[in-house]
Design a protein around this ligand. Sequence first.
Ligand code: AMP
Ligand code: ZN
Ligand code: FE
Ligand code: FE
Length: 282
Amino acid sequence: MRDTENPGRFDLHTHSVYSDGTTTPEEIAREAAAAGLDGFALTDHDTTAGWDDARSAAATHRVDFLPGIELTTHTGNRSAHLLAYGPDPANLALREELTLLRDSRVHRARAMADRLSVDFTIDWDPIFAVAGRSVGRPHLADALVAGGYAGDRSAAFTTILSPGGPYYLPIYALDTLEAIRLVRAAGGLPVLAHPAAHRQRTPFSDREIARLTHAGLWGIELDHPENLVDWLPALRESAARHGLIVTGASDYHGAGKPNRLGERHSSGTLVEQIRAQVATPR
Ligand code: AMP
Ligand code: ZN
Ligand code: FE
Ligand code: FE
């Protein structure tokens, strides 16, 4: 048991090279230890492929590991990322949806690469040659950077790859309510990721939060570097009204994003709460 003086610090949202982070799970574990974190959750987009690496690296570096996924979902035409902590990776329905999400990612990235190839001379094959990786716009961005067409990943996102631009194609996503039920049925805890991120055009309404909670949403990531502070008071009220657990995390992507590992975090008490309720607690 941790005492109240030392409640622990866990970064509950990180990405590795198994999706669009630039560091391996091993490096995340090492950096977590160096940063004085007690542990981290690996939450790669639509995959559990990094869990084994992360688990053994965490043991090596003496930090705690919590397995997670960040699911690509939508609520109406609003994109919504759903964190899932501790689901059973062998759950058939979950595995089928993850496979579908990753396959759709490949098709969409290939179609975007085809469009980009009209104007940019780039060999896209290496992007698709990495086995077991959840591919996305960040990998197209990295190729544009390598080709000298953008300064860095973030610049590529705001220019060439932006949703309003000629090369953009929408990403396949699960309905958020269905994703919440799927995660619950697989023994995981669903947490709404960065609900006030600036890329959302409007914040989630209380009604939407109520509906998600009714479907089984457990928590909401209100402490996240990309949440707009102006939108937080209303979301805090909704979270309190509907009994949602508030989490904090960095959304670390290595060198792919400015977010720093551990810059936002959750307590050990919260992690124990999660572990007590999930199919795969570590
Ligand atoms: P996609 O879902 O493929 O359209 O790509 C959006 C994803 O890119 C989001 O999940 C972000 O987390 C991720 N991403 C990674 N690096 C960056 C960056 N530098 N700027 C914006 N988004 C980024
Ligand atoms: Zn990402
Ligand atoms: Fe996200
Ligand atoms: Fe993320």
